[in-house]
Ligand binder design. Structure first.
Ligand code: IMP
Ligand code: MG
Length: 190
């Protein structure tokens, strides 16, 4: 259950409680919008004219993808893939594909849109799996990147924010499926 500290207030909530954890405001929505806009401009400069295929990783990336994709105004396609690797606040180390894409990606410019790259287990697994289908290229766009947690050797081509290892929620990211609908990003406050 989320407890909204000041749900009727116009002010931002500085703190939220989700289940047994307390979180404090970390990145306000205005800052997120600014960085997502910058990222969209960088991506547009690299990709317009290539009809890229954006593969949105569900569930976490749905809010980021909606804002990022609407900030780009060139022809592109969007597909959704659903994977799971997290349980509570820790990565399980194994990745399960719950819903794959059905389109042929051979010779396509593919861009994975992810909420956050943490240990890199999910992206490493997906890069291997999708490279077998012989795309022209695969790039990664992540709202957040925790470089200190990364255990694999690949590049996060587009990251809006680089952050320390702390656990965060909001703007699509969850703690035990709660908190995805928060407009701002919150960090654990234990
Ligand atoms: P990785 O496989 O360890 O890189 O973790 C990637 C996935 O774990 C992301 O797609 C998120 O769904 C989830 N995750 C990683 N860090 C966080 C976090 O701080 N908050 C919420 N979810 C996270
Ligand atoms: Mg995710």
């Amino acid at each position: 259950m989320i407890t909204f500290a000041s749900v009727f207030s116009v002010r931002k909530m500085d703190k939220v409680c989700i289940g047994d954890k307390r979180f404090r405001l970390y990145i306000p929505q205005e800052k997120i919008a600014e960085k997502v806009g910058e990222l969209a401009r960088r991506m547009a400069a690299d990709m317009s004219g290539k009809n890229p295929l954006f593969v949105v990783l569900l569930n976490g990336a749905f809010v980021f993808a909606a804002d990022l994709l609407r900030a780009m105004d060139f022809p592109c396609e969007v597909e959704f893939m659903r994977v799971r690797s997290y349980d509570g606040t820790a990565s399980t180390g194994s990745v399960e594909v719950i819903q794959d894409i059905r389109v042929d990606i051979q010779d396509r410019t593919v861009v994975l849109i992810e909420d956050i790259v943490d240990t890199g287990t999910t992206m490493h697994f997906l890069l291997q799996r999708l490279r077998e289908r012989r795309p022209q290229s695969i790039k990664i766009a992540a709202l957040l990147f925790k470089p200190e947690s990364l255990r694999y050797d690949f590049a996060v081509d587009y990251a809006a924010f680089r952050i320390p290892r702390d656990f965060i929620v909001g703007y699509g990211l969850d703690y035990n499926e709660q908190g995805r609908n928060l407009k701002d990003i919150y960090v654990i406050d234990d």
